[in-house]
Design a protein around this ligand. Structure first.
Ligand SMILES: [Zn+2]
Ligand SMILES: [Zn+2]
Length: 382
């Protein structure tokens, strides 16, 4: 079942102010209150829905997370949370939950999820690492060590958060429900329990190393394999390499977002590479061999047929990029750009003038162009 948009639930516009959200909620709460809707079985559901929407939208952090990721921000893991400082080689941002699983599926495979629902021991946040690689690196694939600033399970309490590894106990305020009911005016509102912050459990003697969090901040060096064929936008998921969960909950995942730098010589389109090669006017006219660079660092000889025009394309089979999931290699296309000579000496000018006088039938393209122009102008007259 798909969840309704929280703003719609409260009957306010997207990006409504805190005041508008409050007013919208009050209106809905009055309208839908079960005491007034004994004959409408749907009202109770809608009333709960409005409460939930209000819980999220009244909290600036949760609201921000919802605005960015929608409902996915609160599924399975811990929503919200802020950015993290960069690790020198890229930027991290924390806490974007399971949303990418649904959108992009598994790439590296493996790693199972704790299912939906609210876990007592909350799943750790996912981490994002932006990695820039060169086209050569994308061609070859690479292994890189990255430093991941993240939270790991606390060793003193083995992740329980309790001193000496003591397990948490049920919260006395809410009896483990994580929610309390409070009287507001003439109706009852369900609230997150203030004692346990909705966890349903409390820790009597918090672990001193982690202040009861069950995890500590630490930088980890992680060696990652970037397969050959990655391109800008490729996401690589490293299952379980994100932040450790709260109080022994499962770890989040680490996502590596690839960006391939622009190359000086090659332009990439999928698995194919394109390279513009300038050739002199005389070489294009006479034909000959040229040497072109290839992405593997080598060179290939290419025969230029006599009379090649600017824009002529030639294909070098299997000299392109490897396909990411196997399935062959692309081609490389070279496109000739015939260069008009500049800075002519008087001797060169003389030669070209002489050449031009002898060249009446050597420029078929311009000949046919000018004859079309002539018939166009003649047509205008008539
Ligand atoms: Zn601890
Ligand atoms: Zn509680």
């Amino acid at each position: 079942m798909s969840k309704r948009d929280y703003y719609d639930v409260l009957g306010v516009a997207k990006g409504a102010s805190a005041d508008e959200i409050k007013k919208g909620y009050r209106k809905k709460a009055k309208e839908l209150h079960p005491d007034r809707n004994s004959d409408n079985p749907k009202a109770e559901e809608q009333f709960k829905e409005a409460n939930e929407a209000h819980e999220i939208l009244k909290d600036p952090e949760k609201k921000a997370a919802y605005d960015r990721y929608g409902h996915a921000a609160f599924e399975g893991g811990m929503g919200g949370g802020g950015g993290r400082p960069g690790g020198g080689q890229g930027d991290f941002s924390s806490a974007f939950s399971d949303v990418f699983d649904d959108l992009f599926g598994d790439f590296m495979g493996g790693g199972q999820r704790g299912g939906g629902g609210r876990n007592r021991a909350a799943r750790g946040s996912d981490l994002r690492f932006n990695m820039r690689v060169s086209l050569e690196e994308a061609f070859n694939g690479l292994q890189k060590t990255i430093n991941v600033p993240t939270a790991v399970n606390c060793t003193s309490c083995e992740g329980t958060g309790g001193d000496g590894g003591a397990e948490p106990t049920n919260c006395p305020t809410c009896s483990g429900m994580g929610k309390v009911r409070a009287q507001q005016g003439f109706f009852t509102v369900e609230r997150t329990c203030p004692t346990c912050s909705g966890m349903g459990q409390i820790i009597k003697n918090p672990c001193k190393s982690c202040s009861g969090q069950g995890r500590v901040e630490k930088e980890r060096a992680l060696s990652v394999n970037i397969p050959a064929g990655v391109e800008t936008g490729t996401r690589i998921r490293l299952s379980g390499e994100g932040e450790a969960g709260m109080r022994g909950g499962p770890s989040g995942d680490l996502y590596i977002f690839i960006e391939v730098s622009k190359h000086e010589l090659f332009e990439r389109e999928g698995v194919n590479l394109f390279c513009n090669v300038p050739v002199s006017m005389a070489s294009a006219a006479l034909g000959g061999d040229i040497e072109v660079p290839t992405i593997d660092g080598g060179r290939s000889r290419v025969k230029i047929p006599a009379g090649s025009q600017s824009g002529r394309q030639m294909r070098l089979r299997s000299k392109g990029m490897p396909a990411l999931r196997g399935g062959g290699t692309g081609d490389m296309f070279i496109e000739l750009a015939v260069e008009t000579p500049v800075n002519l000496t008087s001797r060169q000018k003389e030669l070209l003038k002489e050449f031009e006088e002898l060249s009446e039938d050597n420029n078929p393209e311009s000949k046919s162009f000018f004859s079309s122009v002539k018939s166009f102008w003649d047509g205008m007259k008539g």
